[in-house]
Design a protein around this ligand. Structure first.
Ligand code: AMP
Length: 279
């Protein structure tokens, strides 16, 4: 696996990988890799001739009060995992390389970026879309792989790609879960043993909504009430949002149908976790 730390080197290596019509698949990450990330790499392998990945803890998507400094980092372990999965190119730039002094240009997907996580994390999605746009320019991938776990991010990146005519196919991959249903996340490492037990309440409340929908209930209010009731069983878990929405517009739906997104974010102590299901 070739590791590139400069934009110039990565750009050149990706150009070579794409020569003579070869398909380049790209998996962007912030590192601290787990099976969720690796599932994207495997999807990229199946779909592309060459797989590139990036590890970059992007400071512009963290607010000053968030966990940028303590975000888990383990480059050696990540490198070994990606190498084992057959990733050919790894981009791991410094912050200065990605944001040289004087960088003031942003990519913003208006409207969508203020919904869901954007409501409680102002500026978060502007940071995400800016870095993803930059990565797309640097790597010029044919396809990029994102997890359904970050459902709002996925909708926003799809919209950016459409609106700005990026020649990149966006491929969504299903959420990978622990045995007890907890969606895998680098932030699960922050949970203590008690919180780790409580954290399954997110997926339990989503399951509760789905089960009620499967019995024929389509009213968002009734479905939400049932989900919240389940969530309240864990007294110390604080809900940030619990929404029944269209997965593309991220707007609330009048009626829950096949393909409707049920999305949740909740705090366990200082850790904010997200999860979702598509009906
Ligand atoms: P992150 O390193 O958290 O920025 O995530 C990088 C990519 O991995 C994003 O596209 C995430 O949606 C995806 N991802 C994270 N956790 C999971 C998971 N449990 N299942 C599937 N994809 C995931």
């Amino acid at each position: 696996m070739k590791i590139c730390q400069t934009i110039e080197e990565m750009h050149a290596a990706c150009r070579v990988a794409r020569s003579s019509g070869k398909r380049l698949g790209f998996v962007p990450t912030m590192g601290a890799l787990h099976e969720g990330h690796l599932s994207l790499v495997r999807a990229a392998k199946t779909n592309s001739d060459t797989v590139a990945a990036s590890i970059f803890v992007n400071p512009t998507q963290f607010s000053p009060t968030e966990d940028l400094a303590k975000y888990p980092r383990d480059f050696e372990s990540d490198r070994a995992l990606l190498g084992k999965e057959g990733v050919a190119l790894l981009f791991s730039p410094s912050v200065q390389e990605m944001y040289p002094t004087g960088a003031v240009t942003w990519v913003t997907v208006e409207g969508l970026s203020e919904k869901l996580d954007g409501k409680s994390r102002p500026g978060h999605f502007r940071g995400v879309t800016t870095v993803v746009a930059k990565l797309f320019h640097i790597l010029e991938p044919d396809a990029a792989f994102f997890g359904q776990k970050d459902a709002a991010q996925l909708a926003i990146i799809r919209r950016m790609v459409r609106d700005l005519n990026f020649p990149v196919e966006i491929i969504a991959c299903p959420i990978v879960r622990e045995k007890d249903g907890l969606a895998m996340s680098s932030r699960n490492a922050y949970l203590n043993a008690e919180q780790r037990g409580q954290a399954t309440v997110l997926c339990r409340s989503l399951t509760c909504v789905r089960q009620l929908w499967e019995t024929g209930e389509t009213g968002p209010d009734k479905l939400l009430t049932a989900g919240l009731k389940e969530l309240e069983k864990e007294k110390s878990v604080r809900v940030d949002y619990f929404e029944i929405i269209d997965p593309n517009s991220l707007n609330p739906v009048q009626k829950a149908e096949k393909g409707t997104l049920i999305a949740i974010a909740a705090w366990l102590g200082a850790t904010r976790l997200i999860d979702n299901i598509l009906l």
